[in-house]
Design a protein around this ligand. Sequence first.
Ligand code: IPM
Ligand code: MG
Length: 372
Amino acid sequence: MQGLYRIALLPGDGIGPEVIAEAVKVLRVIESFHNLIFRFQTGLIGGCAIDATATPLPAETVSICNNSQAILLGAVGGPQWDSKRPEARPEQGLLQIRKRLGLFVNLRPVKVLDSLAHLSAIKPALVRGTDMMIVRELMGGIYFGNPRGIFAKNGEKMGVNTEIYREHEIERVAHRGFQLARTRRRKVTSVDKANVLEASQLWREVVTRIGHGYPDVELNHLYIDNCAMQLIERPTSFDVVLASNMFGDILSDEAAMVAGSIGLVPSASLGEQTALYEPIHGSAPDIAGRNRANPIAAILSAAMMMRYSFRMDGAADAVETAVERVMKRGMHTAEIAGRGRAASTSRMGSLIAEETGKVLKAQSLPKKKKRG
Ligand code: IPM
Ligand code: MG
C-alpha cells in the first residue's frame, strides 16, 4: 500500500481540536506502518472561523476541502456565538459544508460490545449485541427547507421552518441504506411520521418503492415516536435505521446512550465525491480545554475514513480493535469513568495509537512468514 492521501482537518470549536489531535496520532501510526503519506491541511470552521473571518465557513476552508480526498471534522458551536443571527451561527458552517460538498448520506454506527454493555444507560441484558447503522439523510428536510425565518405577523413574531423532501432525495439515501443492509443483516427500518406529515408520506412511499429493488432485504416502517421507544426497549432488533435529517439527528443521540456514551459514536458523511468524517457529539464547551473529552468518536471517525474513503479495511479494523482492547482494560474517559479513575483525552489517544500499532504489526506478521 503506497501513496499520498490529502486529508483536510477542521478541528472547529470546544473539544474539537483536542479530539482531532488524538485522531491524528492514530493516523500517524497507520501512516508509518503502511508506507504512505497523509498530507494534512487545517482549516477554520464554526465559531473560530467567525472570530477570525466573520463567517462560519470561509472560502479558504471550502477550497481546502475540495482539494482533499477526505475531511476530518471535530465539532462546532459554543455559548459565545449563541446570540448570533441564525445564518451567522457556527452550526451554519457545518450545514453549509455538508451541502457544498454534496454529502447526502450520513452513517452513524452504534455498536455495543459485550464487555462494555455495563456502560449503557439501559440494562446490560437488553443492550448486549446491539449493532445498528443509522443512515441519516443529510442535505434536505427541515434543516434546509424554505420558507424559513422569524417573521412579524399581526403584531407578534412567527418562527417558520419547512420540511421538504423531493423524490430523488429520498431515493438516493434509500438506495444507500438498502445497499448497506446487504453487507449486514439485511434489515431496514425506515422512520417517518407518515400519520401526520405529507413529507413523511412521500418518504414512506418512495422507500417502499426502492425497497422492491432489494427483495432480499426486509423492510419495515416505524413512526418516529414508536421508533424512539423501541430503540430503548429492544435495541438489538435494529440493523439499518433509515431516517430523515431531523429524525436521524435525534435518534442517533438516543442510540449513543444505548451504547453508553455519545463520546463513542463516529460518523461518515458521503456523497458522490469527497467525504467528511466527524464524531456525532458536539463541542462540549463545559469541558473544552481540560483534557477530559473522549477522543474515541473522533478516532473511530478516522477509522471510518480508512474504510470508506481509502478502502483500507485492515487499518480500519486495527483502529476498531485497538479501541475495544483499551476499553476492555477498563480505561475510560471521565464521562464514562464517573467517580472512578479517568484517563485524560491525550492519554486515551496515546493508548489507542499504541495499541493500533500493535494490531497493525500483528496483521502484517503472517504475510511476512509466508514470504519467508
Ligand atoms: C449533528 C449535530 C449537527 C446537526 C448540528 C451541530 C448542526 O447535532 O451532527 O448531529 O444537527 O446535524
Ligand atoms: Mg446531532
